[in-house]
Design a protein around this ligand. Structure first.
Ligand SMILES: NC(=O)c1ccc[n+]([C@@H]2O[C@H](COP(=O)([O-])OP(=O)(O)OC[C@H]3O[C@@H](n4cnc5c(N)ncnc54)[C@H](OP(=O)(O)O)[C@@H]3O)[C@@H](O)[C@H]2O)c1
Length: 195
């Protein structure tokens, strides 16, 4: 089975968001995110998608919502032709029901559907599936992530309302990819979930 990878940035006091925005501006970290995720699949929660306002270019965007019809209504340009799944997994009875959109396309589904898709569809194997937030989605998906690329922003953020969940008991640090005065990028691996 293929596993997800998570990519995130948190402050020293574990803040990842405030007022549905990322509370810092680090262009170099955005470049890193773009470099890692371009050509692959990004999986995000509906609130994170709303904060972006449109799908990320050159990637397959999967937006998780329990009310996908609302996303279609509120973002007709993005979701007009999107694959829209309801709250229940349809697998394994109809394994072909969910097909990945092409690069640049979007889908909106329940997290379980995409998890089952990873189990069943070998065609997904050339792509990496990045869990890209926010807090609710990291919390649910980290147990299924083989790798975590976590940018540690080297200051505390006041007024945060979205936090990165505890992960240290399940993951080991394997590499510091980059260390800058303002941030460092750390690569962690799940102790028991390796490809
Ligand atoms: N620093 C970073 O790396 C980073 C990365 C991404 C986001 N963020 C920040 O994180 C914050 C948003 O995080 P959040 O926790 O408030 O929201 P979120 O995780 O982005 O989205 C939550 C929504 O996702 C949907 N959802 C959750 N679990 C689901 C499941 N199992 N199946 C289907 N849909 C599911 C629900 O949408 P419905 O209500 O439509 O059902 C839920 O309201 C923002 O401040 C954002 O800027 C930070």
């Amino acid at each position: 089975m293929k596993h997800f990878k998570a990519i995130a940035a948190m402050s020293l006091n574990r803040v990842i968001g405030a007022g549905n925005k990322i509370p810092w501006h680090l262009p170099e970290d955005f470049k890193w995110f773009k470099q890692m995720t371009s050509g692959n699949v990004v999986i995000m929660g509906r609130k994170t998608f709303e904060s972006l306002g449109k799908p990320l270019p050159n990637r397959i965007n999967i937006v998780l919502s329990r009310h996908p019809g609302r996303l279609q209504r509120d973002f007709p340009e993005a979701f007009g032709d999107a694959w829209v799944g309801r709250g229940k997994t349809h697998f394994p009875e109809k394994p072909t029901q969910f097909e990945l959109p092409k690069i640049g396309g979007v889908a909106t589904v329940d997290l379980r559907i995409i998890k089952d898709f990873l189990k069943l569809d070998p065609a997904s194997s050339p792509l990496e599936f990045f869990i890209a937030g926010g807090a609710q989605i990291y919390e649910q998906a980290l147990p299924w992530c083989s790798d975590l690329y976590l940018t540690l922003v080297k200051h505390e953020v006041a007024g945060g309302d979205a936090f990165f969940p505890p992960f240290e008991d399940k993951f080991d640090l394997v590499e510091t990819v980059r260390d800058e005065p303002e941030f460092k990028i750390q690569h962690y691996r799940h102790r028991s979930l390796q490809p």
